[in-house]
Structures are given as C-alpha cells and as structure tokens.
Design a protein around this ligand. Structure first.
Ligand SMILES: NC(=O)c1ccc[n+]([C@@H]2O[C@H](COP(=O)([O-])OP(=O)(O)OC[C@H]3O[C@@H](n4cnc5c(N)ncnc54)[C@H](OP(=O)(O)O)[C@@H]3O)[C@@H](O)[C@H]2O)c1
Length: 261
C-alpha cells in the first residue's frame, strides 16, 4: 500500500511513539496523551456509519475495504490498552477481532511491539454470545446486575464480567470501570449508541474519522445511523471540535479532531 499523505497537522503536544515502518505508512508520527478516550469511525460523505443490512458489515462496506482505513484502525488499536465497543457492534460483526494485527496483518510484527489491547464490551441485557472469539483471551464485559445474572455460568476461558449496578450505564461509570481495571489509553469503536453515552458527559478527548468517498443514502426508519444515536446536541448544546490533523489516501480523508477545552 502507498503511504497516507499528510495534508495538515497541528504541532503535536508530545513526540509520537510509532515504530518507523508504521510511521512511514501513516505519513508521520501519532501522539496521544497517556490518559485518553478516543474513538475511530468510518462515515459516508452523507454521515452514515451503520447500515442495517444483514451480511454487509457497515465498516468495510462504507470504507470500500480501504487498506488505508484498515491501517489507521490497526494503528489506533495498537496504541490502545483497551478497545471498548457496545454489544450492538459485537453482534453486528460476529467473528471479528478487535486487534491491530487482525485488521491490518502486514504490520502485525510492528503492532506486537506496541502491545495488544484488551476488548471490553458494554451490554445492559448481557445477551451476547459467550463463545465470541473476540472475548478471548481476557475480554471484559461491563453490564448491569440483570446482565450479570443472564451471563452467570455461560462464559468460557478468561472472559470476566463486571456489573456496574442497575439502570442505564452512563459514560462516566463505564470509563471509571475501565480505569479501575488499570486502563488509561481507551479506544472506542462505537457503535453510535455507546458513543452517545460518552458524548453526553463530554468524556471523549479525540475523534478519528475516516470520511469515505461514497454516498449511502437513507430513509426514515431504515436503521442507518450517524455517529451518535439517542442524543441530541444542536442547537441547545453545540459540541465544537478542533481539527488536529488531515491525511489522505486517494479519495479517502483521515481526520482527527480534538476536543476544544
Ligand atoms: N462505521 C463505523 O465505524 C462503525 C463503528 C462501530 C459500529 N458500527 C455499526 O454500528 C451498528 C451498531 O450500532 P449501535 O449503536 O446499535 O451499536 P452499539 O452502541 O455498539 O450497541 C448498542 C447496544 O450496546 C449496548 N450498549 C451500548 N451502550 C450502552 C450503555 N451505555 N449501557 C448499556 N448497554 C449499552 C446495548 O446492548 P444490549 O442490547 O445487549 O443491552 C445496546 O443495545 C452496527 O451496524 C455496526 O456495524 C459502525
């Protein structure tokens, strides 16, 4: 694959820590604070990130199986200590592994030097397939008391369940549970319902967005979702972000926004 082209970048706050062969393909360094919550999504030009189409994985369909998008996913996973996803994302992508080497095998050796993130899944109901291989070797399920009861006796291998109590799980509770497990660099790959919980409490620090050169279209009730689902921000609560970097690979754009504090 040819390298991403750097179009714009703010001066980074700290030196990046990518192995040279990764930085060469990424088009430079990538620096993240030690304590950070960041997300990564791919969106169509018209803002669709999820398709309710059985058999058509939203990510690969929207990105057009872009190798550059897979590279960026791999890098962002490799820099994370934990990748947290909602149960809807796990169910939509059964068999997927949320690891850097799985999504971009050519750099598996370099990614291994950065470390392997753990997977954490958020579910209120607990109704996830306990045999999902993504939950091995040390997956973490963050759930409610009811979800924990549902999962009791069903899990195999090293998967652990942690109940965060009853009621809806707010973003802060989820984040605190991940920190209590010792995780500081936290990547969320969504989906839109989980994202909304993090944005509701203004917890997200950086947003990595791949803008794919495709139009998805939508009609009322078709299950196609944008980045946030179940949360209204504009006009009452505008969330403005600062553009931190722009890269391109052919007609795909790789945008990084940091929260304006
Ligand atoms: N384009 C992209 O980059 C991208 C990225 C990620 C996902 N997606 C797509 O997004 C779609 C899924 O969207 P989604 O919004 O339904 O995904 P989601 O947020 O992963 O899943 C929603 C489910 O996750 C659990 N959940 C989420 N937040 C929770 C919270 N705060 N407390 C308790 N449980 C919580 C609940 O599971 P229970 O029902 O088990 O209680 C809820 O029904 C899929 O098509 C997927 O492919 C696309």
């Amino acid at each position: 694959m040819d390298a991403l082209q750097l179009v714009f970048e703010e001066p980074p706050a700290a030196a990046g820590s990518l192995p040279p062969e990764v930085a060469a393909l990424y088009g430079g360094a990538l620096s993240l604070p030690d304590d950070v919550l960041y997300c990564n999504f791919v969106s169509s030009l018209d803002g669709v990130v999820a398709l309710d189409a059985p058999g058509a994985g939203a990510g690969p369909t929207i990105s057009g199986r872009s190798p550059a998008d897979r590279l960026v996913m791999g890098i962002l996973r490799a820099l994370a200590e934990v990748v947290v996803v909602g149960a809807g994302t796990l169910r939509a992508d059964s068999g997927h592994l949320w690891t850097p080497a799985y999504i971009y095998p050519p750099l598996a050796d370099a990614f291994a030097r950065l470390g392997e993130p753990r997977l954490a899944v958020v579910t209120a109901s607990g109704e996830i397939d306990p045999s999902e291989r993504a939950l091995q070797p040390d997956g973490l399920i963050l759930t409610t008391d009811a979800g924990e009861a549902w999962l009791r006796g069903k899990l195999t291998g090293g998967t652990r369940v942690r109940s965060l109590g009853s009621g809806p799980l707010g973003g802060r509770r989820i984040l605190e549970a991940l920190r209590a497990e010792g995780h500081r660099r936290i990547l969320t790959e969504g989906g839109p319902h989980l994202m909304a919980r993090f944005l509701e409490e203004a917890l997200l620090d950086s947003l990595f967005l791949t803008l794919s050169p495709v139009l998805a279209g939508r009609s009322a009730g078709d299950g196609r979702l944008g980045l946030l689902e179940g949360l209204e921000l504009l006009p009452a609560r505008p969330e403005w972000w600062r553009l931190a970097s722009v890269r391109r690979h052919r007609s795909h754009l790789f945008l990084r926004y940091d929260r304006t504090r």
